[in-house]
Design a protein around this ligand. Sequence first.
Ligand SMILES: *[C@@H]1O[C@H](CO)[C@@H](O)[C@H](O)[C@H]1NC(C)=O
Ligand SMILES: *[C@@H]1O[C@H](CO)[C@@H](O)[C@H](O)[C@H]1NC(C)=O
Ligand SMILES: *[C@@H]1O[C@H](CO)[C@@H](O)[C@H](O)[C@H]1NC(C)=O
Ligand SMILES: [Ca+2]
Length: 367
Amino acid sequence: MALRNLLKHCWVFFLGFFIAIVLQIIFFSPISPDLLELPLASPVSVSPPNNRLQRVTKLGEGLLKGPEDVAVDENGMLYAATRDGWIRRLHRNGSWENWKKVHGETLLGITTAKGGGLIVCDTEKGLLKFTEDGIAVLVSHFDGSEIRFADDVIEASDGSLYFSVASTKFQLSNWYLDVLEAKPHGQLLKFDPSTEETFILLDGLCFPNGVALSKDEDYLVVCETWRFRCLKYWLKGETKGQTEIFVDNLPGGPDNINLAPDGSFWIALLHVFKLMQIYLTSEGMEFVHTSKALKQILANFPKLTELVNGTRKKATVINVGVDGNIIKRFDDPNGTVISFVTTALEFEDHLYLGSLNSDFVGKLPLK
Ligand SMILES: *[C@@H]1O[C@H](CO)[C@@H](O)[C@H](O)[C@H]1NC(C)=O
Ligand SMILES: *[C@@H]1O[C@H](CO)[C@@H](O)[C@H](O)[C@H]1NC(C)=O
Ligand SMILES: *[C@@H]1O[C@H](CO)[C@@H](O)[C@H](O)[C@H]1NC(C)=O
Ligand SMILES: [Ca+2]
């Protein structure tokens, strides 16, 4: 009799639990997922991981909290955007200066402006300009909405600013929901400082992250993280306004991209979710990205996503030629020295590496 009662209670308990989960998923889910198109076996030749990134020296160790992006100005001063809202800069003589601070942890892509100062993506305020005199907001709204996830920016020689909005739906604090939902909520925008107008160049991008200009400024490259590819958007010539694939089937989700002095590009790759990684390297794990139900469960119980995120355990950067071929690849395969590398910038025969999981900027000799 007692056993029977117990079983009966268990049933009620499990039934209640099951109903609660179903209701939670149906009514309160923050996402409405699509099936993510994962890349097929890579046609681009990608060499296996090495440990070259483990040879970095650490600049500003302990001072720089999660420097997502770095920039170098014409005087060779290195700038880093950190999670405590500081833009810190490294003088040629090796000393760091706390240059300018904004409120919050929200600074992502930065680039130096030709007339001096820095253009900064702030995921709460939009596009900002930092100069010695202070901080100005350049763009805060587009098409009647606040820009809440400006991600990366580049300035052309005519002063135009090209920048990405990673997601118009999600924000930095819940960015992982964007990959779970896997719907294209991103944009590539252009700001014309002479008229202060903002234009849309591309819509429906899948987490557009890094933006770079080609050496001759005849095209932009924009990286779509969740599609493991970068697009070429033509700014000049007969194909002006057209888009084509620059490189796809990358061995990770591309984050920031920077033009190298020789005209090639450096791209940081994210090992976004461990299960996605397993999916990419083996079969049988398709269910994570082909199962809407599992995505719903992950989105509703964010702690679960911690189990499946591998960004903090590896780092990879690649060098891609103008023809879209991968020329070089550098890794820290187990994240022992540096992980979650989000940017790689070449300057004077060295790569400067920013990361969301480090308290330094990595410096790697290329020769
Ligand atoms: C380096 O240069 C900066 C700017 O000129 C100066 O403020 C700083 O004191 C210098 N540091 C050292 C160690 O010389
Ligand atoms: C990924 O894992 C780290 C700890 O390893 C955790 O701090 C972070 O919040 C996790 N990210 C997500 C999106 O859950
Ligand atoms: C990481 O890899 C290096 C060699 O590349 C090795 O020496 C080290 O023991 C590894 N660390 C872990 C935690 O696996
Ligand atoms: Ca970025």
